[in-house]
Design a protein around this ligand. Sequence first.
Ligand code: 2HA
Ligand code: ZN
Length: 279
Amino acid sequence: MEQEDLAMDILELEFMRRFIRLCSDGWAQGWHERNGGNLSYRLKSEEAEVCKPFFDASRDWVPLNIQLNALAGEHFLVTGSGKYFRNVELCPASNIGIVEISSSGDAYRIVWGLRNGAAPTSELPTHLMSHAVRKAATEGANRVIYHAHPSAVIAMTYILPLTAGDFSRALWRSATECVMVFPRGVGVVPWMMPGGAEIAKATGELMRTYSAAVWAQHGLFCSGANFDECFGLMHTIEKAADIYLRVLSAGQPILQTVTDDKLRAIAREFGAELNEELL
Ligand code: 2HA
Ligand code: ZN
């Protein structure tokens, strides 16, 4: 069936609209210079079913070079390699696409979008590895993985030791809300070459424990059950990083902070499971 013949427009589906909105919001925040950043969403089976009439199964399978049994047969909406977040809203079918993972979990094919020979994001290995890990860690709840280049988080990676403890404490203390939003803390990946299996494995390893992973001198990877939660996590971490840097830049001695006991009290009050190992 020709796509034009279908009464419904795939772009009107809720997950599609929310995905596109996140791309525009991330661009508006200044986190996506040029083609920086990437986004992926694991479709619910009923969403993949509704989209089936729009799928084109004629494109080739591409090897993933990683084995992802946990994602076999899943569908992901992803941003395109070299594509600009600011253009997604303008022309979704050229800048984003849906990929299907093979039943053997070792290959993908594009079934919608990414027109004119476009390919999925260069960070596809890290996205899929993180999806596999977060899917297991959240008993299937996690569906969104988001990578951006927010300035303050990146700046922090030049002045703090690259450990989960150093980053989590600095961020938690920068704003009271942080401990409620990411009580397990954030992981930190040392500088590595982007786009490959090595950084995918390092990030995936951290995603077993943390909902977010900082990439030194590069950016941040966040996860979430839905677009609001994932974007909100990116936003909260970047805002805390910005406050952290403003405090350091103020040229004044620090007179008070959110102490460990206050962090514990916030976690208790809001029923969050604070990662005590990082205090
Ligand atoms: O250009 O952000 O990490 C996309 C990226 C690579
Ligand atoms: Zn990047």
